[in-house]
Each structure stands twice: as C-alpha cells, then as structure tokens.
Design a protein around this ligand. Structure first.
Ligand SMILES: [Zn+2]
Length: 414
C-alpha cells in the first residue's frame, strides 16, 4: 500500500510489527500527512526511528471528528497496550477516566486501573481534561459523593446533576451516566439512538421540558462530533446551543425585516373529517413554551377544508385578549394558507406578520405588505432560520395530531 492511498481524513492509525503485534497507536486530523511524516526521512528522534524500523503493517480507522479520534485512540491503546505508547509515558503513570459503580456514580480521573469502568489510558492529561469538560456539559455528572443541600456552582453551570434527593432523580442520573459510558466507549450511534427514543417518549407523554432537554443533548453530541467543528470550539463556547438559537432568530429577522422573539405556529389536523382539530404552539427565543400551547376543537356541519379551519382557529385565538401576542405567525402551507391568515389578522386589526412554510420544498412564503408582493424563499438545508421554522412547524403538527388522536379515542369509548 503506497502512502498516497491513505485518506486525507481524520482518524486513528495503528502500526503493527512483523509478528502482527500492535506497537503504536496514534491519531491524526489528516491520516495521510501524519503517516507519511514517519517515512519522510526528516529528522526523527531515536525512539521514533526505532519504532519506524519495526513497522511491518499500517492500519487506519476513519472517524468523523476530533473527539471521536481521541476516544478511539484511547480505546485502542487500552486494548492493545502498544509498547511505544506505554513506553513514551514511562516518566509518569498514564491518566484514565474512571466511572464508579455506585447508585450515584462519580466520574473522575485516575492514575491506575481500579474498580469501576475505566477508559484510557489517554496519552496526554490535557486530552482527558478536554474530553471530560466537553462531555460534562452534555451529560452533567458528579465528581464527589457529597453534595450540598441545594444547587452548587456546577449545577448552575449545567455541569452537575444536583443533590439527587429522590429515587427518580437518582435513576435518571444513572441512565445519563450509562449513556456517557457508552459514548466514552465509542458507541456514539447507539447513544444517539437511545436519546432519540427517549425524546420521542417524552414528547408522547407531553413532557416537553424533558423532550427539549434531550433534543439539546442530541444537538450537542452532533456538534462536538461534527467534522467541521473542533472540540475546542465547543469548549470555548459552552453556550453553543443558545447561540445557535440566537443565530436562527437573527437570520429570520433579516429575512423578514422585523424583530422576532416569539413565534406562534399553527396546524390543523383533519384525518377523518369528523374530528377536526387545530393546534397552536408558542416558541420564545427559539424554545417551545408549553404553557402557551393551545388546542382548538373545530365543529362543522359540512366537511371542513384546511383554509376554513385555519381561519376559524386564528379568529378564536385572536378573540383571547389575555393571551400574549407573538411577533410572528407561522402557518403550515403556502400562499393560500398565508392569505387566509393575513385576512383574519387584518379583519381584526392586528399587525402581526404571518408567513407559511410549504411542505414540499420547504419554502418560506412571505407577503411583503409594503410592496404588496409575494416572496418565496427557498432556504438552504443548513440555514438556521429554516431549522427554527421547521421546529415550530413540526411541533405544531405533532401537537395537533396528539389532540386529534385523543379526541378519536374519546369518541370510540362513547
Ligand atoms: Zn451540583
């Protein structure tokens, strides 16, 4: 295998000797450059020269991100105990990450293997700190058995799960640490799968706070393992999720030309025609505000259509003078739906912009009052504003559907 056939991608490389034994494991942002550097004839230290002279076979494993490379490198060093990795650290005992096996597990570093789950050794203490700091912001953990009665500083920073007084809290924490352990073991995919399942269960049980929290965990994992972002970026900005929300709103504002903080999203559900329902969800600063969600049961003599239903739901919503008004109304649909929404708003003297998100192409449909013209914007898939609008639309849809199913269930029990 010639050196030019190694991928120019991040990953981990293994050197084997003529007996097939792994003698060194390393990681690289660019595998080809790193592996080539050993054979470049450049000035290598005596230890490295010795290592290179024994290499008979080179293997590479690709990863998507720097964090995964760090974890995979440590896992392979643990598995193979390559002599040049161990030797390199003979001045100092290596550093491990340890997760204790207790009802309330602790996550700490250790200089030697003891009981509990052990990850590593990690080649550099700096690496361990970075890995732990990152993961703690996604899976908050305890480092000590004792915790003050109330919240500690780390609790307020979102890094500590808290005093964990009830059994339920302890159980939840145990589950979170289990996922952290899996992630440390390199099982990113199964961690994401488990979280997605939990998020769906939370939403189904209408525990929206929990669902939103898990959604942020998923997002954070995706961010720290995204190929375009360095782990250190995430550490430099632990508010990445909030910043993302701000970015979404900022882009939306620049598209619409108005300030947006609160968005109301509407959806109507008319699966069988008999039980028509409407749903309104509210997002503030990019986050759902469950206490401001509303449902509408729509009664019609004739078979209703989407447009009539949207108009009815909006009229009933606007009649509630006690409900805080949003900065923007989002309807599921295109020009026809937006037109109906704007007509209702005008009729009742409300100056709230209304836009639509059309399903098929994910186009944003806007009517510019000043120019009296329709604007249809197709936002790229990674557009922050599009992500926000999709979240509002999907949440409204989900909320409408659960109510619809609830009513149908009630009907069938009569
Ligand atoms: Zn705490």
């Amino acid at each position: 295998m010639s050196l030019s056939s190694y991928p120019q991608k991040p990953g981990v490389y293994l050197f084997r000797n003529s007996n097939g034994k792994v003698i060194y494991v390393g990681k690289a942002i660019n595998l080809r450059n790193r592996v080539s550097s050993y054979f470049s004839g450049l000035d290598l230290g005596p230890k490295t020269r010795l290592l290179v002279s024994q290499i008979a076979k080179i293997e590479t494993r690709l990863v998507e991100s720097e964090l995964e490379a760090l974890l995979l490198e440590a896992a392979l060093i643990k598995k193979y105990q390559p002599k040049y990795n161990i030797k390199a650290k003979d001045d100092k005992s290596p550093l491990y990450i340890k997760v204790t096996r207790e009802k309330v597990p602790l996550v700490t570093t250790a200089r030697q293997i003891g009981d509990g789950s052990i990850f590593g050794p990690f080649p550099q203490a700096r690496t361990v700190k970075m890995v732990l700091k990152t993961l703690r912001s996604i899976f908050p953990y305890r480092t000590s058995r004792h915790h003050q009665k109330g919240k500690c500083l780390y609790c307020h920073l979102g890094l500590c799960p808290g005093p964990l007084l009830s059994n339920k809290e302890k159980k939840e924490y145990g589950r979170s640490v289990r996922l952290l352990r899996q992630f440390l073991g390199g099982q990113k995919k199964s961690v994401l799968r488990a979280l997605e399942k939990e998020m769906k269960a939370g939403a189904k049980a209408e525990d929206f706070e929990k669902a939103a929290q898990i959604r942020d965990q998923i997002l954070a994992i995706k961010i720290v393992t995204s190929p375009r972002r360095k782990v250190s970026d995430y550490l430099k900005n632990p508010n990445l999720v909030e910043d993302q929300r701000r970015q979404e709103l900022r882009e939306l504002e620049s598209i619409l030309g108005v300030a947006v903080n609160t968005i109301e999203g509407y959806d109507v559900s008319n699966l069988v025609g008999k039980q028509a329902t409407g749903a309104m969800v509210t997002f503030s600063a990019g986050e759902p505000v469950k206490s401001l969600y509303r449902r509408f049961r729509i009664k019609f003599s004739a078979r209703p259509n989407d447009l009539v239903m949207i108009s009815e739901v909006l009229k009933r919503r606007l009649a509630h003078s006690g409900w805080p008004l949003p900065d923007l109304i989002l309807v599921d649909g295109g020009k026809a739906q937006v037109k109906i929404g704007l007509a209702v708003l005008k009729e009742h003297n409300f100056q709230i912009p209304a836009i639509g998100l059309a399903k098929r192409m994910e186009e944003v449909v806007i009517f510019r009052e000043k120019e009296k013209a329709w604007v249809v914007r197709r936002l790229p898939q990674d557009s922050p504003a599009r992500k926000l609008l999709e979240r509002v639309r999907d949440e409204a849809h989900r909320f409408a559907r659960t109510y619809h199913l609830l009513l149908r269930k009630k009907m069938s029990m009569l």
